[in-house]
Design a protein around this ligand. Structure first.
Ligand code: SF4
Length: 480
């Protein structure tokens, strides 16, 4: 068992700050690869960047030949205070590096639209994440960071990824740091990305070393290490934003995590901020709690589809495992969108930023496209919900995915009811026809028809009647 506060392990007792900075400077000089430093705004990555900054400052200008990219990822569902803090930090870093003549620039990465949290939760209906179905980390954290690293590998051939991880965080962390170490070097091979090496300057720091170091030297880019400490007093744990693989400790004990995170039971830092005067955060907490309540088995029948995204019903040991948030008759994805827009309105009215955006316009466009294409939403629900909740309209693309509208929906529904055919099935088949319209190569069209026809088109009543024990209280079995 590792004690992160163990003072016998303190590196600051064994080495002077000068020696530590000099070591880092020597690693910087040891090869020509640029550095990509992951910055989350937390204590470990702040200490790492501060160390690197002081190390670079001791080198003569002619030796500062390779670039240091500082990268912070913004999931676009960051807690607002943390998002603002990171934006400020990146701006300060760029200014301070320019003034000091350091080859360092700070960048923010965001997930691709299709990977964003709301696009998957409201668009595709992925249930609010929990420990065993954390579909979001890969999409909103790992992929954007790795995309940046890959771009730099393509540009420069090889890069060194500098991470603020420590052996004393856990036995597993220690094992991982040591596993890929290159003999005789401070670098490790990146376990997933060819052309990338990993350097962990604070790997031997205890938690106290990190705080002592941040306390001993002023923040060189003008950041506020004291307020960082205050941020840590109100919450437990940390969700590093620079997650590059599934082994990086992440997202569960959130402080720097997303405000929507349902992996933790409570977001103590937001609660503490709300209690200490930032009342405007209450609607965010209420929305997050609402998302958490969707994990309650008692609520699932009203909110979830019985059919999974692959079109099949999944019964395990005679228990039904629910599919995504429902779109059709239960309209739960629509409910979530409404509540999110209402929350945005409240936060704009109560909070310091009257233009705060909880869901980006491009995400609304993407959700609309998914609803139209995958759910056969001929009624085009999303622009209507948006207008009802905000009183505004966005520059919606007209007829981008369907030539069918409300009259056709009504007619088709009546006809299908008469014939006893699932009308959504016909809508999806017609959608395939339409998507191939004017295309020369249509060889995939039959596979797409086949996939639609093979879906389980039974009604909920028929499905439930066919299962001996239709309800489950287990969360297991959520799959994409
Ligand atoms: S903090 Fe929570 S919501 Fe955000 S990526 Fe991690 S697990 Fe997902």
């Amino acid at each position: 068992m590792i004690d992160p506060h163990d003072q016998d392990n303190s590196i600051l007792r064994r080495k002077t700050l000068d020696e530590i900075h000099e070591e880092i400077a020597q690693v910087y000089l040891s090869n020509g690869f640029p550095w990509v430093l992951g910055f989350s705004g937390g204590k470990d990555s702040t200490a790492t960047l501060q160390l690197v900054w002081y190390a670079l400052r001791r080198l003569p200008r002619e030796k500062l030949s390779k670039h240091v990219y500082v990268v912070a990822s913004d999931t676009l569902v960051e807690a607002p205070a943390i998002a603002a803090r990171i934006d400020t930090s990146l701006r300060q870093m760029n200014e301070a590096a320019r003034e000091a003549g350091l080859p360092l620039s700070a960048h923010k990465v965001v997930p691709e639209v299709d990977d964003r949290f709301w696009v998957n939760l409201i668009g595709r209906g992925y249930p609010a994440p929990y420990a065993r179905f954390r579909w979001c980390t890969d999409r909103v954290k790992i992929k954007p960071n790795n995309r940046f690293i890959k771009e730099k590998v393509t540009e420069h051939g090889e890069v060194v990824v500098v991470l603020g991880v420590r052996k004393l965080e856990s036995a597993v962390r220690k094992q991982i740091i040591e596993l890929h170490k290159i003999t005789g070097s401070r670098l490790s091979r990146h376990s997933l990305l060819p052309g990338a090496y990993v350097y962990t300057p604070i790997e031997d720091f205890t938690t106290k070393d990190v705080w002592d170091y941040l306390w001993l030297l002023p923040n060189p880019w003008g950041g506020d290490n004291e307020s960082l400490r205050e941020l840590y007093t109100s919450a437990s744990g940390e969700c590093p934003s620079f997650v590059i693989d599934h082994l990086t400790p992440s997202c569960g004990n959130t402080r720097f995590g997303c405000w929507v995170c349902t992996v933790v039971d409570r977001d103590r830092s937001m609660e503490a901020m709300a209690e200490s005067g930032d009342d405007w955060m209450q609607p965010l907490i209420a929305f997050r709690d609402y998302l958490t309540s969707t994990q309650d088995p008692a609520n699932k029948p009203e909110q979830r589809s019985l059919v999974r995204r692959n079109g099949q019903v999944w019964v395990k040991e005679e228990k039904l495992l629910y599919g995504p948030y429902a779109f059709d008759d239960k309209s739960f994805r629509q409910t979530l969108l409404r509540r999110l827009l209402q929350t945005q309105k409240q936060v704009r009215e109560l909070g310091p930023d009257p233009h705060v955006t909880l869901i980006q316009p491009e995400e609304l466009h993407a959700i609309r496209r998914i609803w139209r294409a995958e759910e056969g939403d001929w009624v085009d629900t999303l622009p209507q919900i948006y207008e009802q909740e905000t009183g505004e309209t966005l520059d919606w693309v007209r007829d981008d995915t369907s030539i069918f509208g409300v009259p056709e929906e009504k007619l088709l529904r009546e006809t299908c009811e008469l014939r006893g055919v699932p009308h959504k099935m016909v809508k999806l088949l017609l959608g395939v026809v339409q998507s191939y319209d004017g295309m020369y190569r249509r060889h995939n069209i039959y596979a797409e028809y086949d996939a639609i026809l093979r879906r389980d088109w039974r009604s909920d009543e028929e499905i439930l009647a066919s299962i001996a024990q239709p309800r489950t209280d287990a969360r297991e079995g959520d799959h994409e």
